[in-house]
Design a protein around this ligand. Structure first.
Ligand SMILES: [Zn+2]
Length: 185
């Protein structure tokens, strides 16, 4: 799915922003090479401005500026590439796709960014269990032996209309050119 450099960039971001959830985007260029774009988690700003509407702080949720996401997506598409992922971290909690995460990934009940995947990076006591980067390559039942303590990647499932854990066979379809040596920026 992503090469080690891309995973390490996400893990470094997650560790730096601890104990706030980090969030960001991954784009692919025309050749399928990935780049990591850090986003700003504006959840605390929303919470401070209106705690009733936004009861969660940035330790419990993430929100990216929609215009920032749109700009990154448009820049990628203009260069012949595309937005392929939105990642975020969980603070001292397991990697699962929460109700909040689903709300953030949907628009009117449909995927807000069709075709992208959502890596979720659990940070425990400031550390990322990096074994997790391999977990998405296993099948659902195999991941159970790791529990939910490691990184997991979620994607929209058209059959069930829910977000499910991504498995390798789906990755092949979505991430062309991964077999080549790819460099992240
Ligand atoms: Zn989350």
């Amino acid at each position: 799915m992503f090469d080690d450099e891309v995973w390490e960039a996400m893990f470094a971001h997650a560790k730096e922003d601890y104990p706030a959830e980090c969030c960001g985007m991954i784009t692919a260029d025309a050749d399928g090479h990935h780049a990591v774009h850090r986003g700003e988690n504006i959840q605390n700003k929303l919470h401070e401005a209106d705690p009733e509407t936004h009861p969660r702080t940035s330790t419990e949720a993430y929100r990216m500026n929609d215009m920032h996401v749109l700009r990154i997506q448009q820049d990628a598409e203009q260069a012949g590439g595309k937005l392929v992922a939105i990642y975020h971290s969980h603070i001292d909690f397991d990697a699962y796709f929460s109700k909040e995460d689903q709300r953030a990934a949907l628009f009117d009940g449909e995927p807000a960014y069709p075709g992208i995947v959502y890596p979720v990076i659990p940070v425990k006591k400031g550390e990322v269990d990096s074994r997790g980067r391999k977990v998405f390559q296993l099948h659902d039942d195999e991941t159970d032996s790791h529990g939910q303590k490691v990184v997991r990647v979620f994607q929209w499932d058209e059959d069930t209309l829910t977000f499910k854990q991504a498995v390798d066979s789906d990755d092949q379809k979505m991430f062309q050119g991964d077999d080549e040596t790819s460099q992240s920026e």
